[in-house]
Design a protein around this ligand. Structure first.
Ligand SMILES: [Mg+2]
Ligand SMILES: [Zn+2]
Length: 170
């Protein structure tokens, strides 16, 4: 199967400076995100979300708070007929040296383990950070970076100016 790997914060929902996350309990969808997810599904992709949540172990938000935002987001997407195959998150702090914090490949390997029929060549990563694009590069996948400056050495990686722009390329 082909999978669209979506980053969460800054890609599907609003992202904030770390300290501001402490007061956040509701997801705020970015312009065009729900419609893009819907169209990606209609084009035959499964959707998996992979998100770095160092906010948890670094003490900016609690695990319960992460969960609350996550559940509200997935419920709203379901209401809009967007079904999400799986969500993987890394709770570790940035200096813990874990194997799952993007650009480390742990969450991707977990997905491949759980869904062996994923065809990476037909799949892609979309995110708003250089770590998302580095993950795509490490996995040999296509990547779409929302306002990420792409070095010339990444021929499979394209810069887009908003999430919906990826629909031109898939
Ligand atoms: Mg992001
Ligand atoms: Zn981790």
């Amino acid at each position: 199967m082909k999978v669209a790997f979506f980053d969460r914060d800054g890609t599907i929902i609003e992202d904030y400076p770390d300290e501001k996350w402490t007061g956040i309990t509701e997801p705020v969808f970015l312009r065009g995100a729900i419609d893009t997810l819907l169209q990606v599904r209609q084009r035959g992709y499964e959707i998996i979300i992979i998100t770095n949540q160092y906010l948890i172990n670094e003490g900016f938000i609690t695990w319960e708070q992460y969960k609350e935002i996550q559940v509200k987001m997935v419920n709203e997407l379901e209401k809009q007929h967007v079904d999400i195959l799986a969500v993987y998150y890394c709770p570790h702090g940035r200096n813990e040296g874990c194997g799952c914090c993007k650009p480390e490949t742990g969450m991707m390997l977990q997905a491949l383990d759980q869904y062996p029929s994923i065809d990476l060549k037909r799949s892609f990563v979309i995110g708003d950070s250089v770590v998302d694009m580095e993950l795509a590069r490490r996995m040999g996948m296509k990547g779409f970076g929302i306002n990420v400056t792409i070095p010339k050495s990444h021929p499979n990686i394209k810069q887009v100016s908003e999430v919906s722009e990826l629909l031109r390329y898939i």
